[in-house]
Design a protein around this ligand. Sequence first.
Ligand SMILES: Cc1ncc(COP(=O)(O)O)c(C=O)c1O
Length: 494
Amino acid sequence: MNDSRLIFEKSIPGKRAWLLPATAVPHYTASQSINAAILREIPPDFPELSEIDVVRHYTQLSSLNHGVDNGFYPLGSCTMKYNPKINEDLAAIPEFQHLHPLVPEKMAQGTLSLLAEMEDYLKAITGMDAFTLQPAAGAHGELTSLFILKAYLRSRSQEKRTKVLVPASAHGTNPASAAMAGFEIITVKCSTEGLVDLAHLKTLLNEDIAALMLTNPNTLGLFERDIYQIAAMVHQAGGLLYYDGANLNAIMGLTRPGDMGFDLMHLNLHKTFAAPHGGGGPGAGPVGVKDFLKPFLPLPVLAKNSSGYYWDYQRPHSIGKIHGFYGNLAVTLKALLYIKAMGAEGLTQVSRDAVLNANYLRVKLRQYFELPYNRPCMHEFVLSANNLKPYHVRALDIAKRLLDFGIHPPTIYFPLIVEEAMMFEPTETEGLDTLNDFIEIMHQIYQEAVDSPAELTSAPHRTPITRVDETLAARNPKLRWKPANEGGNEKSGL
Ligand SMILES: Cc1ncc(COP(=O)(O)O)c(C=O)c1O
C-alpha cells in the first residue's frame, strides 16, 4: 500500500510512540535545560503517531529518493558511479571516527601517515608536485586554487593580471569561483569541433591574463587534443594553466594533467575515487600544484621530521586557512581505500571502461537523437533533443519521462553551447545489460515522441509528484509544509 499522506496528515490525537515506564530517578527534560526565555510559549503542534507509523513513514520516504544504489544514474559531469560499501565500513571504524581533530600529532601518527600516503598517490596519478587535501568540494578546490593564483601573482607584483579565461563549455563553478576570487571572466569560444578555439584564444592572451581554467576532457566529453599548444600559448603570455579535475575519471593511468602542462588543479574525490556524493554524502576537492606554487598552499601543510608527521603552520606565503582542521577525513579515507583496492592497473581499467561505456551508448543512441559533435568521446557525451522539436518534445520532457522507468535523467541544458542538451555519463560501474536496457528505454521514449508526444510532455506519471512548474518553484519556493487552514494544499501541503 502506497500511503502518500504527509506525516502531519497521518496524525491522530492520542497516538503515542514511546514505551518507557515512568522512572523515579530524577532527570531533566530537554525543556528544563533550555533557557526559559527562548522557549516557545505554545509548544509546537507535533503530529501524534505510533512507532510503526513513524517507521513506515520514514522508510517509505527513503525509498522515494533515487540513488546509485537503486537505479541507473547517468547524470553527465557528476560521475555517479557505484561506491563500494566496504569503504564505508572501514572509514567508519572507531579509530578514525572518534579521532578528535585537536588530538596531538604524536597520537595521530597512523592517520597522518594515511593522509601523507594519499597525497603521494594523488601526486603520482596527476603529475603534480604537492597536494592539500583540505577543500571540501570541487568548487571549493577551484576557489582555493584561485586564491593560490592570486597570492602567486602578488608575490611577483603582477596584480594587474586580473582576468581569467574560461571556455564557453566550462562547468558553471569555474566562472563562479573566478568571480568569487575577484577575477574578471573572459569567455573563450569553442571551435566547430567542440574544442578550445585556438584562434580566439590567441586574440585574448595578453599581460592582463592571470590564467586559463580548463577541464580535459571538456564538458562535452571531448579530449582537448591541442593541450600542449594551449599550455605553451598561455605560458608564453605569462598566465598559468588551471585544471578542473572533475573529469579525471576518463584519463587515470592514461595521461596526467601535470604532463599536459597544467600548473595547478583540483580533484573531486567524491566522483573519481568513489566516495558517495550528491544526496549521499559530503565531498572533497584536493588541490595539487607544481613546485613553484607550493609556498602558497593553505595552512596547515602536512610535513614530516625525525619525530614523525606534524602540521606545519610556519609558511609565510600561505593563503591561510580554507577549512576547519584538515578537510573531510572520512571522504579522503574512502578515496584512499578505493585507490589502494584498485591499484594502478585497476584505475587505468576504470578509465578505459568509463570511456568504452560512454562510446557504446553514444553510438547506439545517435540513431534516435542529434549528436552535435560526432566523434569518439571520453567518459561522457552530449546529445541534443533538437530533432524532436517538430513533435514539441524537449530535453526536459525526456528527462521527466526517464523518471517513470526508475532512471535518473541525464544533465540537461548543459553545456550551454548545445541547444536542448542532454549529457550522459554512464560510468564504468554499469554492465552491458543495464546499458542495453537503457538504450531500449531511450528508443521507446523516442518512439513516444513521434507517436504520442503527450506521454512525454505530461511525464512523469509514476512519481509521487508529477510535473512541477520549475520556474515558479525556483522563484517562489515553498519550503515548509502548511496545513490547509494556513493556505497549504491539504494533500501535498504545498
Ligand atoms: C566539470 C566540473 N567541475 C567542477 C565541478 C564542481 O564540483 P563540486 O560539485 O564538488 O563542487 C563539477 C561538479 O559537478 C564538474 O562537473
